[in-house]
Design a protein around this ligand. Structure first.
Ligand code: PEP
Ligand code: MN
Length: 331
């Protein structure tokens, strides 16, 4: 349930509503808006008996939220969420471009790629320091040394940094180095990690799990938001289907479905969807044309020798071509 306060409601009146919601055994989360404050009730299983709340001063009306996710729902928050980090805006008019290698391999590799993607127009540098690999024998990332390299990339290029937290032990560490914390497809339903991300002070990029429905993705985002972190970016990165022509099947309609029911920005990772670089540019074009708020794309200066995901990494010149195409699409 959403409690809509009158335009001139005071803070004390908002507090009184929250206390009443708590007395009913639920939690009330205030959501200040431009026009008025709304208070979202969470924790209830069905409709809430609202007569005592409606009787309180400053309350205009109550609205039933029909979706199982509340805070991330458009019913609760009709305006799109816009995330500003420095002068980078995510969810605004222009798509955000996050680019870089799958994994940080060395300072030289990271700086070379970062300078190139910056030159071509990326705003955020991606690169994993802790890699969730299918095989325990594959390169697992440089760990904290990789994070130190990312720090250097930020200092030298001014690019924002996104990197993945794979478990409880490294999320706090990553928070100190990253501008955006990535939670990967394999962790989309790691509920304790999601809760921990809800306490982070940095925005979270939450990737859709291999076989997660849109509702499951939004419920996972709800875990993060219900702990207090409202800065969440969702990411469609391909799902597992019977089709084996690509690594995963990019679900472009997910962008439309998510935007219909949620206020959160949605970006697309065409690299992990395609698994092969020849498809990355056309899939990115499709994503931007359909209304994605940005792309997260793998780029490598020497993909043939990359320590992970070389096959799907664009050559820097291809990234430059992609950026040109995006510019024409978003003119
Ligand atoms: C990645 O971005 O490098 C990654 C591991 O992605 P995903 O979680 O989508 O597989
Ligand atoms: Mn990768």
């Amino acid at each position: 349930m959403l409690v809509i306060m009158k335009k001139d409601a005071t803070e004390a009146q908002v507090e009184a509503v929250i206390r009443e919601i708590e007395a009913l055994g639920y939690r009330g989360i205030p959501m200040p808006g431009i026009q008025r404050t709304a208070i979202c009730t969470i924790g209830n299983q069905g409709p809430v008996e609202d007569s005592r709340i409606l009787a309180l001063d400053g309350v205009k009306e109550t609205i039933r939220v029909t979706k199982p996710y509340k805070l991330v729902s458009r019913e609760t928050h009709p305006q799109p969420t816009i995330i500003s980090i420095g002068n980078v805006i995510i969810g605004g008019e222009k798509p955000v471009i996050m680019a870089g290698p799958c994994a940080i391999e060395s300072e030289n590799q990271a700086l070379t790629i970062a300078n190139l993607v910056k030159q071509y127009g990326a705003q955020v540098f991606r690169g994993g320091a802790f890699k969730p690999r299918t095989s325990p024998y594959s390169f697992q990332g440089l760990g904290e040394e990789g994070l130190k390299i990312l720090k250097k990339v930020r200092e030298e290029t001014g690019l924002l940094i996104i990197t993945e937290a794979i478990d409880h032990a490294n999320i706090e560490l990553i928070e100190q180095y990253a501008d955006i914390i990535q939670l990967g497809a394999r962790n989309m339903q790691n509920y304790s990690l999601l809760r921990q991300a809800g306490h982070a002070t940095k925005p979270i990029l939450l990737k859709r799990g291999f076989s997660a429905t849109i509702e499951e993705l939004l419920m996972s985002a709800e875990y993060i938001m219900s702990e207090g972190n409202t800065q969440i970016i969702l990411c469609e990165r391909g799902i597992r289907t019977f089709s084996d022509n690509t690594r995963n099947t990019l679900d472009l309609s997910a962008i439309l479905s998510i935007k219909e029911v949620s206020h959160l920005p949605v970006i697309v990772d065409p690299s992990h969807a395609a698994g092969r670089r020849e498809y990355v540019i056309p899939l990115s074009r499709g994503a931007i044309a359909i209304g994605a708020d940005g792309i997260l794309v793998e780029v490598h200066n020497d993909p043939l020798h990359a320590l992970s995901d070389g096959m799907q990494s664009l050559y820097p010149e291809q990234f430059a071509a992609l950026m040109k195409e995006i510019k024409t699409l978003t003119k």
